[in-house]
Design a protein around this ligand. Structure first.
Ligand code: FAD
Length: 288
């Protein structure tokens, strides 16, 4: 197996301590030479400023190719496009364009008056600027709001046809889930790369709750395995083994790259990357 192409997702820091954690994460993962790193985008005004600042600082200081996430939540079209312009002016030319989830306290996404009604409208507007490479979200376990698996894939195709060039998936736990989805996408005429999103399991309890909210199916064997590993204090080992095996199967089965949801905790992602043969580029240069 050749070492795969990898990319990493971070979230913007909310305080000074979190800023140090993000920088530590970047320092640990940057030597693995990711094709890009991305920064998530929150629902409120303050977290948006943090995304904007984190994106600009990472772009300026890390030398990495940075992609900014952008959503339709709680903003007019003009406000959202002004943020996109800020990204472009900071030199950031890649956007992960999303509808976004409802902010805390609301149970469904509702478009704001004068705001983008859905991700498709956002993608069209971003594509019309000609400034960005656009990636979108995709859902191998099916998005909880999709009318059917087929409708979900038709919607993904519409997003790609509207000007996006790649899709990154929500996390999932079994390689077959991804392969089935990829094949269904191909049968529906989707030719753009679909990059699996990988969530290394830092905390089993947290991951299980998150999976429930996202509609990601949790296989029974994982419940059993983590119950036993937690009892024996070996969850980290199990998480590394499970994630490495999933990634190997995905790459062997033709996945074009791997996108890691790091949660700003670099160790597990780093260990899995090393196991997959993604080793620090600087060390290799030093050896040569
Ligand atoms: P869409 O694909 O637009 O919609 C989700 C599903 O709903 C579709 O698959 C489709 O089945 C159905 N649907 C929606 N509208 C229609 C329509 N008009 N007609 C038919 N079907 C429709 N959230 C954040 O808040 N910030 C982030 O930074 C962030 N980053 C993410 C990164 C990735 C890679 C992924 C996969 C998700 C991310 N999310 C983020 C979560 C995301 O915002 C939620 O999953 C949200 O519920 C859907 O966003 P989307 O753009 O994928 O939605």
């Amino acid at each position: 197996m050749n070492a795969p192409t990898v990319s990493f997702e971070f979230f913007p820091p909310q305080n000074l301590e979190a800023s140090f954690r993000l920088w530590d994460t970047v320092q640990t993962l940057a030597p693995l030479d990711p094709s890009f790193v991305s920064v998530t985008y929150g629902a409120g005004g303050t977290t948006r400023d943090l995304t904007r600042d984190a994106v600009a600082t990472l772009h300026k200081s890390s030398g990495l190719n940075v992609a900014a996430h952008l959503t339709c939540v709680n903003a007019t079209r003009e406000e959202t496009l002004a943020i996109a312009r800020d990204f472009a002016e900071a030199g950031v030319r890649e956007i992960v364009a999303l509808r976004g989830d409802a902010p805390k306290g609301q149970d469904r996404f509702t478009a704001m008056a004068g705001g983008f009604a859905n991700s498709l409208e956002l993608i069209e507007a971003l594509a019309a600027t000609g400034d960005f490479k656009i990636r979108v979200g995709a859902y191998p376990d099916r998005h909880p709001e999709a009318a059917s698996a087929r409708a979900d894939i038709d919607w993904l195709k519409a997003k790609l046809d509207a000007g996006a060039s790649e899709a990154i998936t929500q996390f999932f736990f079994e390689a077959d889930t991804f392969f089935r989805f990829r094949d269904d996408c191909a049968a529906a005429g989707i030719t753009a790369p679909i990059i699996p999103g990988i969530l290394p399991i830092e905390s089993w309890k947290g991951t299980r709750n998150f999976a429930k909210r996202c509609g990601t199916k949790v296989p029974a064997w994982m419940e059993d395995a983590f119950d036993k590993a937690e009892r024996d204090g070996r969850s980290d080992l199990l998480a590394t083994a499970i994630c490495t095996e999933l990634c190997s199967e995905l790459i062997d089965g033709g996945a074009p790259a791997l996108h890691f949801y790091t949660l700003n905790r670099p160790e597990l992602t780093r260990d899995v990357c090393h196991a997959l043969g993604v080793t620090p580029k600087l060390e290799l240069q030093n050896v040569a």
